[in-house]
Design a protein around this ligand. Structure first.
Ligand SMILES: [Zn+2]
Ligand SMILES: [Zn+2]
Length: 309
């Protein structure tokens, strides 16, 4: 065994045959010019390519090629920072997973995620998180008018949709247990306990509500097409947060059947409000939070009064 250093990268190495001067085929091909670094035409990320495969424009991924084509065809897409390739659980990410589990869709044949809301301001809040934490990309959202839903009432039903592509976050959502056809098949998700409350806030902001009667929150409801999913949430809350009495009801109308997970004791309602808004800074649906602002302002007293631990 001879000891030497790679001619291209300088790495120390042992070689059986003396005479071979590279640590790898890769270093050899860089040195003899059959491999080069070029930059993604969309995000400027360096990419290694065989010289034979270098084109006039080069892309690090198929979706970046797709964006460049879309822009050429007139779409507005602006990459203002690098897209996040390694997604980790954080409060914001857990919140988004909760929201997507209820108000979102993973597209079937593309790594694209769509979030729908009837509230434009709220959707803008969510978009900001997605752009800053995931895609690094500015894109417009869509406004849709009319839907069968409210024709009977003679009103126009407005909703807003934001679709974004991120293969990294799409895979992350799938690993957490979301599936492209989730609505009725979703069950337990893999959410770490540390981020469960942020996830829960996403779920409630997406498909839950506070019943407020005369300034009192009488009920918290979470709606869903899958009873297994709601049962899992209920069990998690019982096991880790001492929530006592979630119960289930079921409703059916022209648009399908839904389960409701309902919390209606003072203890549980107060405690859930306290837990889900565990800090002033968490991302949330502001209008929904305002409905329980009185509770949040007086939480310490209320918890004493109703014996909430
Ligand atoms: Zn080398
Ligand atoms: Zn790129």
């Amino acid at each position: 065994m001879a000891e030497t250093t790679c001619k291209w990268c300088g790495k120390f190495m042992k070689v059986k045959k003396s005479g071979y001067v590279y640590c790898s085929k890769r270093c050899e091909s860089f040195d003899n010019g059959t491999r080069k670094i070029v930059y993604c035409d969309w995000c400027q990320k360096p990419i290694e390519k065989n010289t034979a495969n270098i084109n006039k424009t080069n892309f690090c991924s198929r979706h970046h090629l797709g964006f460049a084509n879309a822009v050429r065809n007139g779409a507005y897409i602006e990459q203002f920072q690098h897209e996040t390739e390694h997604i980790d659980w954080t409060e914001d990410i857990a919140y988004l997973v909760g929201l997507i589990a209820t108000d979102g869709t993973l597209r079937k044949n593309r790594k694209q995620i769509k979030i729908t809301s009837s509230d434009e301001e709220f959707l803008k809040t969510v978009i900001e998180v997605i752009q800053n934490k995931i895609t690094g990309r500015k894109q417009h959202y869509q406004k849709y008018l009319s839907d069968k839903r409210n024709i009977n009432l003679g009103q126009e039903y407005v909703h807003y949709e934001y679709a974004f592509t991120s293969p990294y976050f799409y895979d992350f959502c799938q690993n957490a247990g979301l599936t492209p056809d989730k609505t009725n098949t979703i069950s337990m998700l893999n959410v770490p306990q540390k981020y469960f409350l942020d996830f829960l806030r996403g779920v409630i902001d997406g498909d839950g509500n506070f019943n407020v009667i005369k300034n009192e929150v009488t009920r918290i409801r979470i709606y869903g097409g899958s009873k297994l999913f709601l049962e899992w949430i209920n069990n998690f809350l019982k096991e880790f947060y001492n929530i006592k009495k979630g119960w289930f009801t079921h409703s059916e109308n022209d648009f399908g059947s839904k389960y409701h997970l309902v919390f209606s004791t003072y203890h549980d309602v107060l405690k859930i409000v306290d837990l889900m808004y565990h800090s002033d800074k968490v991302v949330c649906y502001q209008k929904k939070k305002e409905r329980v602002q009185d509770y949040l302002d007086n939480m310490t007293e209320l918890k004493m009064k109703y014996n909430v631990d």
